[in-house]
Design a protein around this ligand. Sequence first.
Ligand code: FES
Length: 248
Amino acid sequence: MLDDKTYGELREIAARYPEPRSGLLPMLHLVQSVEGRVTPEGIEACAEILDISAADVSGVATFYTMYKRRPVGDYHVGVCTNTLCAVMGGDLIFERLKGHLDVGNDETTEDGKITLEHVECNAACDYAPVMMVNWEFMDNMTPESAVQLVDDLRAGAEVTSTRGPRVVTWREAERVLAGFPDDLADAGPAAGPASLVGLGIARDRGWSAPHPESDAGDSSTAGSKTEAVEQADTSRAETETKQEEGKE
Ligand code: FES
């Protein structure tokens, strides 16, 4: 049941945008934070506030996989089974967790604590195999650490993301996605060593990106961009050649 406070916050979200219907995605997250899923009442509320049809809202809510029509547990646990994570152990982790939790894909444990889902690439392939708890990263997982993770969550132990804050409940995380911050956004490390390897190599070798401002005032922008890229490629090749020669 959506109360007056929630209706007020739904209107507040819609009012953030020049086109109110642009607020539909965060509004649906707010519905999930209150109801634990996108309910028919939540759909009607969004439709009424945005002056669009319930079918329009349903079309959005059923298109994106982050919107759930069935109740989600206290913690949404995602296992990346996209190509790189899968071959690095994601498939094994997912199978182990299905057995350990006695649930299938997109199902919730009997105690209502964990909803397990296999998810697509999280752009964190440098930490494969990756899991997500309420969309916070858990890097370099193994079947054993995955079992420990869900056991800790079920036991109410404090769990911290590898590259983020302590894990909150799914409903609390949904409220943040609705645009109501919990002030944890800057907690924990923002980037790990694996993501910065390329930067270190570029610095060691003196590589840098071409500067867009060097094109300013040049009428043949496309041509100068091409030249800048060619120049960068050339200097990179020269650096590599010198380094190779130095090894010999
Ligand atoms: S394949 Fe898993 S994060 Fe990219």
